[in-house]
Design a protein. Structure first.
Lengths: 109, 564, 153
């Protein structure tokens, strides 16, 4: 199943050179663990976002492999050392290869 | 093994010593040797006066409140203050037997001493003391802090969602408060109090679930007597576990020790001369936190309702325990030199309502608040035949009454009643008014449910709740005293681990062992689940007391305690 | 107002009686064990030894909601090209599956720190193992209690 929801990202718009900034992200998703049974007793198949990746100016700097223990509507925060102005790219990929992206600009000065 | 009965026998033996002399004590208390001036005698010193009230539980008028006779500490808290009761408490704090402090701070000979020293608390008396101290020191040297659980615990507070006490705290010119039961009015109401009240609502340990961002102001700095006093707030860390999480679904709590250290460091960096933690952690959690977070000068403790006539020192940190229900006002004068606390003087001032003149303005405010509810709160339902009290680690007689009411009115074999620490006491012969019932039951999730549970399920409940009180690491504790049980007896070894503390569960109706696989009908109240069905608990208790007329509770010997 | 009696499941009974909330995942599942976590570590690192320290796991002592337990971790590292944290693997020894999350850091991360939220089925240990750029391993363990709750206070 494709990831349909739009991710949300909180990134400071500006930073000083050398400053370490916190980035927070959220995306709506059931994160169906594959462990749950429906009312008929049938196991609901696993359907999770398994990879989250962050890149700056095209260069990946942080990746998370999520397992079924990650809560629904996964939240991820992490850090980045700002050195130059540019653009973040964030991507969420599910088990089937469907992908959602978000971008954010950062001005360093 | 120490059984509950043993505790009771010990209490009775000592009570006998004083049986002959209430008259002399009464003279001592009423006018002869004890006066309002005596209570206020302090010998002001230093730079700034910090006043602390806490866990008032919305008691606007004077009440009786019997302190616990059983208050067990585990792990490092075993046998040390505040886990001392009765004679052990008097010995450690060098409090004379049978005197006013023994009455105020212990349960020893409570019934007799209550006749001598009378009711305690009342916001009009509290106002008199606070105004007198402000007059003595000057407003610019006095900081008044409330440790939480002030806005809940009475019929008027339930009906006004705590607005009655917001008015009282505003009139007292309170500077800041923290919260616990306040959150059971729901997130919107708490946000409203935070935004509208003239005092600060502080909490460093509450975050939004979605973005993990602070919900409340973490700290506020006050300039008093030329010193900068930073006050950091700490809400009850286990609120969403002990109370309904669905009422505050977007907020996360927790102890957040690392964040606390950051707040202390930031306060110092901002130029604070004194760092005060206004906490609702509970005493044992505060003691651990004070040993691990560096740079806190004073912790005003709360939640566990401990009243101690001296501060407890952990390293450089002073821990103050100011009791509950408006029985006490804590005064701590600090001498600040070279931007540091150089000395202190402390007094736990007991609020004896018979010797303190009511403040007329506050008396009027209290009367105005209560007037619209007079028909309810003054309604007499019956009479106390024996002392009715709640506080203590296991069953209190007031809880036994509530359990009896549930079993009778809901036709249940077993009753479970929450181990709240709040609820005023009644002396034998006192009328039981609806207000007295509300003082022990006024919550926003009062449904009295009825269901079936197996013996195994009941044991699991007791084990889980016991671990919340008797886990040796206070950071893993939460909630109140042990759940009260009607219809079942059990033994508990508080020194064991979860799963093996509870044994010998007996179904009292038959006197036989509780069967793990048998189903029993169980009534209870204060479930934190949403959409629980049943009539409010105060209706159940009102029906029961009205029918019974006189409530006479025999000492409860069905809980046997060991490992203490 | 209804007065019907019903027979709750163990979990419902616990919630109703004492107070609190649901354990996270469906009951009656085969849950992971310490041995399974050890197996996973063996798959990743062979028998390589692990030191304690450097890794800081910041977890609530008691979960407020077993479905959404905050997980914060930080590894002490200068995060330079010569000396940084490559990865952190997080496990839970009482969940149906032991794996929780694996983080891959780079020197550009600045700090080897991350926060997310996880499901915990019951009281259990959470284990984090950090893999440094020089191949050394560091670990930390913390217990999270999943409770039915106390009684107000």
């Amino acid at each position: 199943m494709a990831i349909t929801s739009k991710p949300r990202v909180r990134v400071p718009a500006q930073a000083k050179a050398g400053e370490i900034i916190e980035i927070k992200t959220l995306i709506s998703h059931e994160m169906e663990s594959g462990q749950r049974k429906d009312s008929a007793g049938k196991t609901v198949p696993r359907d999770i976002i398994s990879t989250f990746e962050a890149a700056f100016n095209g260069k990946p700097f942080f990746k998370a492999d999520w397992f079924p223990a990650i809560s629904a509507n996964p939240f991820q925060s992490f850090f980045f050392k700002a050195t130059e102005s540019g653009e973040f790219t964030f991507s969420w990929k599910d088990d089937g290869g469907s992908e959602q992206k978000a971008t954010a600009k950062l001005t360093v000065g | 093994m120490i059984s509950r009965r043993d505790f009771l026998i010990a209490g009775t033996a000592l009570a006998g010593l004083f049986a002959g002399q209430p008259g002399a004590l009464a003279q001592a208390a009423r006018g002869q040797t004890l006066s309002q001036g005596d209570l206020l005698k302090f010998g002001a010193s230093g730079t700034v006066t910090l006043l602390h009230i806490t866990d008032i539980h919305a008691q606007l008028v004077p009440i009786y409140f019997r302190e616990p006779s059983v208050n067990l500490g585990v792990g490092e808290a075993r046998g040390v203050p505040p886990h001392l009761t009765d004679q052990a408490f008097l010995d450690v704090f060098k409090v004379p037997v049978g005197g006013r402090d023994a009455y105020a701070m212990t349960s020893l000979d409570f019934q007799n001493l209550a006749k001598t020293y009378g009711r305690m608390g009342g916001m009009d008396r509290m106002a008199t003391l606070i105004k007198a101290i402000r007059a003595e020191r000057g407003d610019d040297k006095v900081l008044l802090l409330d440790g939480g659980d002030g806005l809940q615990g009475s019929w008027t507070s339930l009906k006004t969602k705590g607005e009655d006490m917001v008015k009282v705290f505003s009139a007292l010119k309170t500077d800041a408060m923290v919260g616990h039961w306040e959150f059971t009015y729901g997130a919107d109401r708490v946000a409203e109090i935070k935004d509208k009240a003239p005092f600060a609502f502080l909490a460093q340990n509450v975050r939004s679930v979605e973005w993990q961002e602070p919900v409340f102001e973490a700290r506020k700095t006050f300039e008093k007597g030329g010193a900068k006093v930073a006050v950091i707030g700490q809400a009850f860390p286990r609120t969403p576990i002990s109370n309904p999480r669905w009422m505050i679904p977007d907020w996360e709590f927790g102890i957040r020790e690392d964040e606390m250290q950051k707040q202390v460091d930031a306060a110092r960096a901002d130029g604070a001369d004194v760092v005060v933690l206004l906490s609702h952690n509970g005493f044992d959690v505060d003691r651990k936190m004070a040993s691990r977070v560096k740079g806190i000068d004073v912790v005003f403790t709360a939640h566990t309702h401990d009243a101690m006539p001296a501060v407890v020192q952990v390293g450089q940190t002073l821990l103050v325990a100011s009791g509950s229900h408006g029985k006490f006002l804590s005064r701590l004068d600090l001498d600040v030199k070279d931007r540091k606390v150089a000395g202190f003087r402390f007094q736990l001032i007991p609020v004896f309502s018979d010797v303190i003149a009511p403040d007329p303005e506050m008396a009027k405010l209290v009367a105005d608040i209560r007037a619209p509810y007079a028909k309810d709160i003054d309604r007499v339902l019956g009479q106390a035949g024996s002392l009715l009290y709640r506080r203590g680690n296991f069953n209190g007689t007031l809880d036994d009454m509530i359990c009896d009411a549930m079993m009778a009115e809901r036709d249940a074999e077993i009753a479970l009643s929450p181990g709240f620490r709040w609820g005023a006491s009644l002396l034998p012969g006192d009328p039981i008014t609806f207000e007295q019932v509300a003082n022990a039951t006024a919550i926003t999730y009062p449904a009295c449910y009825r269901m079936t549970m197996t013996g195994k399920q009941l044991k699991d409940v007791l084990e889980d709740v016991a671990d919340n009180i008797f886990h040796p690491d206070p950071y893993f504790q939460g909630g109140g005293d042990m759940v009260r049980v009607g219809g079942v007896g059990y033994s508990i070894d508080v020194g064991k681990e979860i799963g093996s503390r509870i044994s010998d569960m007996v179904f009292l109706k038959t006197g036989k062992a509780l069967e793990a696989d048998r189903s029993y009908t169980v009534a209870g109240w204060a479930s934190v689940n949403q959409n629980v069905e049943g009539p409010p608990i105060w209706e159940i208790v009102e029906r029961y007391v009205t029918a019974k007329k006189t409530i006479d509770i025999k000492p409860n010997a069905s809980v046997k305690v060991s490992g203490a | 107002m209804t007065f019907k009696a019903f027979a709750p499941t163990r979990r419902q009974a616990l919630q109703l009686a004492a107070g609190a909330f649901a354990a996270a995942l469906a009951p009656n599942l085969a849950l992971a064990t310490e041995a399974q976590v050890a197996d996973e570590l063996k798959k990743l690192f062979g028998g390589k030894s692990m030191a304690e320290g450097k890794v800081k796991l910041d977890l609530p002592e008691i979960a407020e909601n077993g479905l959404v337990v905050p997980l914060n971790l930080e590894v002490d590292s200068p995060m330079t090209d010569a000396d940084y944290v490559k990865a952190v693997h997080v496990f839970a020894d009482g969940n149906p599956l032991p794996q929780v999350v694996t983080y891959h850091f780079t020197p550009a991360s600045g700090r080897a720190s991350a926060s997310t939220r996880m499901r915990l089925a019951q009281t259990q240990n959470v284990i984090a193992v950090a893999e440094m750029s020089d191949g050394k391993l560091y670990s930390a363990k913390a217990q999270v209690k999943v409770t039915i709750g106390g009684c107000g206070g």
